[in-house]
Design a protein around this ligand. Structure first.
Ligand code: SIN
Length: 291
């Protein structure tokens, strides 16, 4: 049976809180379709008061696409696609503490991430989100047109290689340093959302190294401008977690930033990350939908 979704927007650029759904239960196709519509429309959606085992979170995530196994972050024993994101009271750095889009360093980046809060500090530990669709739309038509013709090179090298400055490695999280070359992948600087047709900037400070075919200092100048522009407060929303909260964001059009403002306290989250369907599977699903 489909569950009626109540949707309340939380900010002008992106973000909506959804009530009336229990994510631990098997969901009807209608409910999943409603959640998916809300996700692509609002770019990040939030649920409160959920109670999810790792298997239930995995089952929910798998309704939206195959789940990613992170190449550098150790997953849970027996459930490699579930990442524990933990900051212990003695840790100084946190995971995700900078603006980024998850997994843009892969050849086929993630479409969405689903983060579930298990233990939340007494104060702080919010997550910020920034709409890269709103950021694109606020640019002049001239710059939009230029960016639409450009590609950028993404890599995990800065965050995860031994040459890089991975902050995570000093914390409690099981983050492996890549041994040697981690690969570079080229993506368009403007993504046309496959489900809405809305355009969004697709570069981020963590994983975008340079603009393809540009000299380093040309590339740096434009990327620095975009990184500054794209985090403008009016493009953002801020989520204050409670235990049992879930955030589900669209990595194709959203940056996020985990604030590190809760020294001496513990924060424990679990994330599953949704990959795109393999190309053949998309075609098959589309055909089924048409038939
Ligand atoms: C992440 O980057 O996925 C972590 C976000 C958070 O812990 O708030």
């Amino acid at each position: 049976m489909s569950q009626a979704l109540n949707i309340r927007r939380v900010a002008g650029a992106l973000g909506a809180e959804i009530s009336g759904v229990d994510l631990s239960r098997p969901l009807s196709d209608d409910t999943v379709a409603g959640i998916r519509r809300a996700l692509v429309e609002h770019q990040v959606i939030f649920f409160r008061d959920q109670d999810l085992t790792p298997a239930q979170q995995t089952a929910f995530g798998a309704r939206f696409g195959p789940l990613n196994v992170h190449p550098f972050v150790q997953g849970m024993a027996g459930q490699p696609e579930v990442m524990e994101i933990i900051k212990e009271p003695s840790d100084r750095v946190n995971f995700g503490g900078g603006w980024h889009s998850d997994m843009s360093f892969l050849e086929r980046p993630s479409i969405g991430s689903i983060l579930y809060a298990i233990e939340i500090p007494e104060f702080g530990g919010d997550t910020l989100f920034a709409s890269q669709a709103a950021a694109f739309e606020a640019l002049s038509p001239g710059l939009q047109k230029t960016l639409e013709g450009l590609n950028a090179v993404h890599s995990a090298s800065r965050e995860y290689s031994s040459q890089g400055h991975s902050a995570q490695k000093r914390g409690s999280m099981q983050v492996a340093e890549a041994d040697g070359y981690v690969g570079e992948f080229v993506h368009p600087m403007v993504l046309v959302h496959p489900e809405t047709g809305r355009k969004a900037l697709y570069v981020n400070p963590a994983f975008t190294l340079r603009i393809e075919g540009w000299k380093t200092r040309e590339s740096k100048a434009l990327l620095d401008f975009l990184f500054e522009h794209s985090r403008y407060e009016a493009f953002t929303c801020r989520f204050q977690w409670r235990e049992g909260s879930v955030a589900f964001w669209d990595n194709r059009s959203v940056w996020h930033f985990a604030l590190n403002d809760y020294p001496g306290q513990r924060r424990h989250m679990r994330r599953v990350t949704v990959d795109p369907w393999p190309v053949g599977a998309v075609a098959a699903k589309t055909d089924e939908a048409v038939a």
